[in-house]
Design a protein around this ligand. Structure first.
Ligand code: GAR
Length: 223
């Protein structure tokens, strides 16, 4: 592990393919970071297996064992306190975090969402895109604020929607792009190039008035 690597906690609820893409890019030396722990609110999330295979400490914090959001989050904080975390990466984490929690880690939480935000916040984005007859869809990485799925955008990638797509086929096409834009955003954050200042995402000290759009040139940063 390179010295001074950026310590990350990844929160998951499911398959963890985004977690895997970040693990892979760290292992390939594209990101100078250390996933200090993976926390899941679902005991049987496959992402936990991925973490264990990569020798990353895992923690299960099942929301069903808590009667309040506060107690669920206090347990999250207790776990995070054990590690010296610089960045929390929400990777398919399907619990809403309170303003208190988000403010505690202000500017240090990233999320990935399967739509071209601000379009389609919330759930079932792929079906909604198909129902609306959109010809374009995609994914977004953004800083987390207390407005659900509305924090400042960092990077987006677009995909074409085909008339014959099912929600699953479309989801798979979007996930391929998620696996590129999330490692890129994490890389920039860990290189201190990406920051959340004055309510805006900044890249290389310039405010991002709109999301960076994934290009082939950017993709080469991960090769
Ligand atoms: C991803 O598509 C991610 O964008 C989405 O969940 C999936 C997790 O996949 N997140 C959200 O919908 C958050 N609102 P993964 O577990 O294979 O990384």
């Amino acid at each position: 592990m390179p010295e001074n690597s950026c310590k990350i906690a990844v929160f998951i609820s499911g398959g963890g393919s985004n977690l895997q893409s970040i693990i892979d890019h760290i292992e390939q030396g594209h990101i100078n970071a250390d996933i200090a722990c993976v926390i899941s609110n679902k005991p049987n999330a496959y992402g936990l297996v991925r973490a264990q295979k990569a020798n990353i400490p895992t923690h299960i914090n099942d929301h069903k064992n808590h009667t309040t959001r506060e107690s669920f989050e206090l347990e999250l904080i207790k776990t995070l306190d054990v590690y010296n975390i610089k960045l929390i990466v929400l990777a398919g984490f399907m619990r809403v975090l309170s303003t208190t929690f988000i403010n505690k880690y202000h500017g240090n939480i990233l999320n990935i969402h399967p739509s071209l935000l601000p379009k389609y916040t919330g759930l079932n984005t792929h079906s909604r895109v198909l129902e609306a007859g959109d010809t374009e869809h995609g994914c977004s990485v953004h800083f987390v604020t207390s407005d659900l799925d509305e924090g400042p955008l960092v990077i987006q990638a677009k995909v074409k929607v085909n008339k014959s797509d099912s929600p699953d086929v479309l989801a798979a096409r979007v996930l391929e792009k998620e696996h590129i834009i999330y490692p890129l955003a994490v890389k920039w954050f860990c290189e201190n190039r990406l920051a959340f200042k004055n309510s805006k995402a900044h890249l290389d000290d310039s405010p991002l008035e709109q999301a960076v759009l994934l290009t082939q040139d950017l993709e080469t940063l991960l090769k």
